[in-house]
Design a protein around this ligand. Sequence first.
Ligand SMILES: [Zn+2]
Length: 332
Amino acid sequence: MKKIFSSLLFSIFLSIFCITNAYSWGFYGHRVINRMAVYTLPPEMFGFYKAHIQYITENAVNPDRRRYAVEGEAPRHYLDMDIYGDSAWLKLPHRWKDAVEKYSEDTLMAYGIVPWTVEKFRWKLTNAMERGDAKAIIRLSADLGHYIGDSHVPLHSTENYNGQLSGQYGIHGFWESRLPELYALQYDFFVGKAQYVENTQERAWEAIIGSHIALDSVLRFEKQLTQQMGDDQKWSYETRGSTTQKLYSRPFSKAYHDMLNGQVERRMRQSIKTVGDFWLTCWVDAGQPDLNKLLLSDKEQEELDKEMKELEPSEGQSAPTLPQKPREHEGH
Ligand SMILES: [Zn+2]
């Protein structure tokens, strides 16, 4: 009885662990993406972004933190494309107004609105740049980076976002947290210079469509590997601080990562490039304001510092090492 009880407790604990980890790109991935995107910017923008890189890195996770507190926040992070039918997702209207007309706002909100959110925040950031509002620029850059990052995660494009419909529960955190935490330090984050985006709406859609196309291998390979390796080899128990967690084992993670053949790295690199491209586009569309002249008031700085403090890992929590900047290629 005692054993049943404790294993019950353990599975409750595990499901809580899995739920709290079902964030987009995991906190780690979002931080890496926003941080690396700063290094794509031209000199006119780089100074300002570098001065605030710590905030932009740490606050890459802000939209996920307010997910349950702010009404209407949750659907901004995904788009369940499969809900709309086998090929209907390819015909989803890309303009918000057209989509509302075709499906109603309630339906869209129920199944996710990430590409429209990217467009909305692109607009907001452009506006903040026009106003020369330093604090808003920093905050909105971090937010926009988050939604663009989410758009590149295959499991953000499906109703089966955590493998719950295919007996693969937990795959969300596996793909977007566990794998980057294990392998991101080996990835090549040198993605070149940010470029102006002519059609931001279409670019936002390309990201989520690319994710949906990649989804099949994400699910299929995990299933194949589970059949090959069995549950014994699939799971391991690791102690982090004072807690023991059930994790996808290292051999299973490696085999899956190999099978995906660079997919996680490719999606991260595309996220970084797109974030840089969007920040640059906002700045150009705002008339290329002199960002170096923008200063925060003491009060604003204090507010941002306070927000940063709240994000610091609490005692006993160890955060995986973050790459500080992209490794320059030889010859660059
Ligand atoms: Zn998210």
